[in-house]
Design a protein. Structure first.
Length: 250
């Protein structure tokens, strides 16, 4: 069972931060998930929201800013139980990949789209190239909620590894859970991480469509939930509390 640290374990330290990622590496983590957006000038930055407001001291849409502006924007301090490093700024994708390159960690790099599910032209190809340039492509997954984006990944990265995130909303947009599972099952090797309540409600259907090696659950944070899903025949769980998940797995 693989334990994936969601946004770099955001309930322990500031999400998607270099300081948090360094702590994960020191802890011997086996997998990490983080989010990538592009700025106005095509710089790939590691941040979850399309706006700077929630996690940084800045405001406004990331795609209205240059890379230099976003990378100079400080993260908010005190997020997560263990706080963060003072004065940390939004990291670039290149910085994060350099940090993880010497490790053996599995990387789950989530491609964030706009509200319409769209990306800047060439964004997918640039992210694929970034993984190869950093020497981490063979242990990385590019992930997204939008199947068309994952299809773009596979078109420009034959044999590449992709992961689909699926919740009630995204399943409905794809015509229901059955159609969503069928579409992802048809993508070679595509792993599907299903939101925990949806997975519990459709367990037999998900398992039949994907099998144990292509199925995951997210976000699993409470001790009873962690114990339950660790005992299930799935590939991975994604959690904001890897400390609890590691203790339970041991």
């Amino acid at each position: 069972m693989i334990i994936v640290r969601h946004r770099g374990a955001r309930n322990l330290w500031p999400e998607n931060s270099l300081g948090g990622f360094r702590k994960l590496i020191a802890s011997g983590a086996d997998a990490v998930e983080f989010d990538v957006q592009e700025t106005r000038d095509g710089t790939a930055v590691v941040i979850h929201d399309p706006l700077l407001d929630r996690t940084t001291e800045g405001t406004g849409p990331i795609r209205d800013r240059t890379g230099a502006e976003v990378l100079a924007t400080r993260l908010r301090e005190g997020q997560g139980e263990q706080g963060g490093e003072r004065g940390e700024c939004v990291p670039s994708l290149a910085e994060v990949l350099r940090l993880f390159a010497p490790t053996r960690m599995e990387l789950h790099v989530e491609i964030k789209t706009d509200a319409a599910g769209e990306l800047p032209a060439g964004a997918v190809a640039r992210m694929v190239q970034a993984l190869h340039d950093a020497g981490v492509a063979q242990r990385s997954y590019l992930t997204c909620f939008v199947p068309e984006v994952l299809e773009q990944v596979l078109a420009c990265w034959p044999g590449g590894r992709v992961l689909a995130s699926l919740d009630h909303r995204s399943a409905e947009m794809l015509g229901g859970i059955g159609r969503a599972l069928a579409r992802y099952a048809a993508m070679p090797g595509c792993v599907v991480a299903v939101e925990k309540k949806l997975l519990a409600a459709t367990w037999s259907q998900c398992l039949a469509a994907l099998g144990t090696e292509r199925l995951g659950a997210w976000v699993i944070n409470e001790p009873d939930e962690i114990a339950h899903w660790l005992a299930m025949p799935i590939r991975q769980i994604t959690t904001d509390r890897p400390d609890l998940a590691l203790a339970a797995r041991r």
